[in-house]
Design a binder for this molecule. Structure first.
Ligand SMILES: Nc1nc2c(ncn2[C@@H]2O[C@H](COP(=O)(O)OP(=O)(O)O)[C@@H](O)[C@H]2O)c(=O)[nH]1
Ligand SMILES: [Mg+2]
Ligand SMILES: [Zn+2]
Length: 314
């Protein structure tokens, strides 16, 4: 991977990036600021940020306090999103994630199943186990609690654990704190759903800045903040991400999408046509399972909306 070795080469972990400076956690746990070699900026066309939170890097000291990143370790995985709606560029949110938590809300605002399904497809594509945190349960009315039960019945059997929590409820926080062991955990989701509040609740000493709901609702607000690794303990990190409107950019083709729907995966070799897209084709095992109620209507709808949205793919 690195065709050179240098005696003064050090290893570190990227905690956050601001575009030109990277905060690196050194092996002794202390932190320094580093720049990156210009060559990384050119290495992958279409990616706006070459070095991301969670990257394991090699660096050398340039003076007493700052360093230069000279190499990036191979990524186990990463989560990507479109840099902006119209651009063909994409932005890597974070790399080397052990588990992704999608934070959603059923009120203020209501997250759509379409958004959830897109996120889960992205996580499946990169082999990242995922769970869903339904936050703000303290303000849910009866109808929202019914929806939670419905959605849980859809997602939990597929391997996506569902948790009903409030960042303001200490019992809930105690319960979910057991989910975080050594590892890197991604918190993703729309702006204003309470990602940062949950991180704060897990470790009140952090006192991270959260945003008001009205601000979070502000349409068209462009957030330039980058993802940041928050340390909960030795080797234990949560990647708090800025609000994500859409995961739209995939490294794969529409024909692959059904492979990332666990309920479709085992049916795929049973369709009459090898290149079945599971839309109108006769002898389609996915449509069969849908008619028998073995695949939920909402998940199938999520599948169709992903493959029909040409902007989803490079
Ligand atoms: N009622 C209620 N409000 C919450 C909860 N979690 C967060 N909030 C509020 O939602 C707003 C956005 O929270 P924030 O953590 O900044 O969301 P983020 O954008 O996902 O990081 C803030 O006003 C929080 O106080 C919760 O569990 N219940
Ligand atoms: Mg936040
Ligand atoms: Zn089919």
């Amino acid at each position: 991977m690195f065709p050179f070795t240098m005696n003064n080469m050090l290893r570190g972990l990227v905690i956050r990036s601001t575009g030109s400076w990277y905060t690196i956690e050194q092996e002794d746990g202390s932190r320094i600021q580093c720049k990156a070699r210009g060559i990384f900026r050119l290495s992958d066309k279409g990616i706006t940020n070459p070095v991301v939170a969670g990257d394991r890097v090699f660096y050398e000291m340039t003076d007493k306090e700052t360093g230069l990143i000279t190499g990036i370790g191979k990524r186990d995985n990463y989560i990507i999103r479109k840099a902006s709606n119209l651009s063909r560029q994409s932005h890597i949110l974070a790399a080397n994630i052990d588990h992704a938590f999608l934070v959603v809300t059923l009120q203020l605002p209501r997250t759509s199943t379409g958004f959830i399904d897109r996120f889960l497809v992205t996580a499946e594509a990169y082999g990242i186990p995922a769970s869903i945190l339904f936050n703000k349960s303290d303000i849910y009315d009866k109808a929202s609690l019914v929806i939670f039960e419905e959605w849980k019945r859809i997602y939990a059997p597929l391997g996506y654990s569902c948790y009903l929590v409030s960042a303001f409820n200490t019992t809930d926080i105690k319960e979910i704190s057991g989910l975080f062991k050594k590892g890197v955990y991604l918190f993703a989701g729309h702006s204003g759903v309470g990602k940062t509040s949950l991180v704060n609740a897990l470790d009140p000493s952090l006192n991270l800045k959260t945003s008001g709901v009205s601000e979070a609702h502000g349409k068209g607000r462009h957030t330039t903040t980058f993802a940041e690794m928050i340390k909960l303990g030795p080797g234990k990190y949560i990647v708090d991400t800025p609000g994500i409107r859409e995961f739209g950019m995939y490294d794969f083709s529409p024909a692959e999408v059904s492979h990332y729907f666990p309920e479709m995966r085992e049916l795929l070799n049973k369709c009459r046509f090898d290149n079945c897209m599971h839309i109108e084709e006769p002898g389609c095992s996915v449509k069969n399972a849908l008619e028998k109620g073995k695949i939920s209507l909402s998940r199938y709808g999520g599948y169709i909306s992903i493959i029909e949205d040409k902007d989803s793919f490079r």
